[in-house]
Write a protein that binds this ligand. Structure first.
Ligand code: UN1
Length: 513
């Protein structure tokens, strides 16, 4: 639609009417069936891609393997320079790519830009890291020996990403993998293939401008079957997969079956604990953004509010009244807070969740519903809903990728709230709203939150790239992005060198000949 300047956006990003879904960075070829990408914003066809066949996949792997042989020899800081140039190109394309993310995925334009900003941030982080792939040195127990460890490039990294962060999740993985000297093969979500083509077009320019071997960044497209080729492939030492717990369990078993490594970023069931010492104003902003941002389709979205009984009504009223101010509509219009769900299947799941919570004895405080009429033609726009529920409800235990927020009440101390917060199968993000130091520290202590992310006076979503991102339990245990998450993209080697003329054995063992 020209009204959002989408034609110009597609032009700038090199998206054609029909695009090759297979790319080695220089060569694009695809012999599979056609996949159409419709926008949840207005239901319009944005473009088509040709998916990858098994033969296409084989060509990609040959090219990736050859690229790795060369790329691993390039000094890490020089690889960092490549990532720096990629970050520069992302800066130039931030507006266009952010708009495409918003149009193809449906998140608000602000969040579309935010997602591209996360890509830029991880590039900056990776550039610095390219000079800091440190190993330790140890003191040998034997005289005249030196012991140290080093990190070597791993090989081909398979990246399987979800629709909700169609560009950033790839960048978190690939920017680190590249500085580590790995090459990447990306299988994006079938729901957002054009975002992937746009990213691949951007990195392809960098690869060309630097005369790098093709195959450093590869793209394949298709359904789960093409993903299966990756997970089964012994040429791929690491699979990084983001998506549902159901998908993650399948990937984990297949990869473990060949003793490969997997980095899993799966479902969350994130809660904010609101204690009697919470700042209510901050709580409302954090909770509402967490619950309705990206229309509740982040793995870090706030699903549960665990509120102390003494302030329950006050918090409930404040949140319910904030929901009345939410504007739902075209996400490319910056006035709107909430855009559409990804597709009508997601709408069905949302409706089912609301039916279930009522059937299990919950009470709707803010009724949901699917919007229709002008501006809502795609059928993907829903009203964010709030339900009073119990943590034990089956539906509350389950991650519904939609803006449905459950209010849970606790009595007693923060320990009781923590028990509820931890009483789910998932363990991604968690938060506490309190100005009470004792409560906050307890929440962060070993007997506190069991999640990979635990924050104080912040909501559950919107993590910065500098920290390691990921979660425990059914969230899969993987860590991406900041801190030392890079280590999973490399292989570690322990080296001991003897510079004497004798051969003393470790543990003092005598072995004389
Ligand atoms: C996801 O939903 O897959 O913390 C990732 C956040 C974002 C990343 C979400 N930085 O909400």
């Amino acid at each position: 639609e020209s009204q959002f300047g989408i034609k110009e956006v597609l032009n700038q990003l090199g998206i054609k009417e029909i695009n090759d879904g297979t790319s080695t960075g220089q060569n694009n070829f695809s012999n599979g069936t056609i996949l159409e990408s419709y926008s949840p914003v207005d239901g319009q066809l944005i473009g088509k891609i040709k998916t990858s066949t098994e033969e296409d996949y084989e060509k990609v792997m040959v090219s990736a393997k050859a690229a790795f042989q060369q790329f691993r020899l390039m000094p890490a800081p020089q690889r960092g320079e490549i990532v720096r140039q990629f970050g520069e190109k992302l800066r130039k394309n931030k507006e266009a790519l952010g708009k495409l993310v918003s149009y193809e995925m449906g998140k608000s334009l602000q969040e579309g830009y935010g997602e591209v900003q996360e890509m830029i941030d991880i590039c900056d982080f990776a550039v610095g890291l390219s000079r800091q792939l440190h190993g330790l040195t140890m003191h040998s127990e034997r005289p005249g020996h030196r012991m140290y460890e080093q990190y070597h490039s791993l090989g081909i990294v398979g990246i399987i990403s979800a629709f909700n962060f169609p560009v950033a999740v790839w960048a978190w993985n690939t920017a680190l993998a590249w500085i580590c000297g790995d090459v990447c093969v990306w299988k994006p979500s079938e729901k957002t293939p054009l975002c992937a083509v746009a990213c691949q077009n951007i990195i392809a320019e960098v690869i060309k401008e630097n005369n790098l071997p093709e195959g450093i960044s590869c793209l394949i497209n298709g359904d789960y079957k093409i993903g299966e080729l990756l997970t089964k492939d012994t040429r791929v030492p690491l699979i990084s997969a983001t998506g549902s717990t159901r998908m993650g369990k399948i990937v984990a078993q297949v990869v473990a079956g060949r003793l490969g490594k997997s980095l899993l970023e799966l479902g969350g069931n994130n809660a904010i604990i609101v204690t009697p010492d919470a700042d209510i104003k901050m709580t409302v902003i954090g909770a509402v953004f967490g619950a309705v941002g990206t229309a509740g389709q982040r793995c870090t979205s706030t699903r549960r509010l665990i509120i102390h009984e003494s302030i329950y009504d006050k918090v409930k009223d404040a949140i319910v009244s904030a929901y009345k101010q939410l504007r739902i509509g075209n996400p490319l219009d910056e006035k709107n807070h909430v855009g559409p769900l990804i597709d009508t299947h997601a709408v069905e799941m949302y409706k089912l969740a609301l039916e279930k919570v009522v059937a299990e004895g919950g009470k709707l405080l803010v009724e949901g519903g699917v919007l229709s009429g002008e501006g809502y033609e795609s059928g993907c726009y829903v009203k964010p809903a709030i339900a009073e529920a119990d943590n034990k409800f089956e539906i509350v235990q389950h991650e519904t990728f939609a803006p449905v927020l459950y209010l849970l009440k606790y009595s007693g101390t923060v320990t009781d709230a923590i028990e509820i917060q931890n009483g789910v199968a998932q363990g991604l993000s968690s938060a506490i709203m309190t100005n009470n130091l004792r409560e906050a520290e307890l929440f962060l202590s070993v007997s506190g939150s069991d999640c990979g992310i635990a924050t104080v006076n912040i909501g559950t979503s919107g993590a910065e790239i500098g920290g390691a991102f990921g979660g425990e339990k059914e969230t899969g245990g993987g860590r991406e992005s900041g801190s030392d998450a890079w280590k999973v993209y490399m292989r570690r080697q322990t080296n001991t060198i003897n510079y004497t003329t004798s051969l003393p054995l470790a543990q003092g063992i005598k072995f004389d000949l």
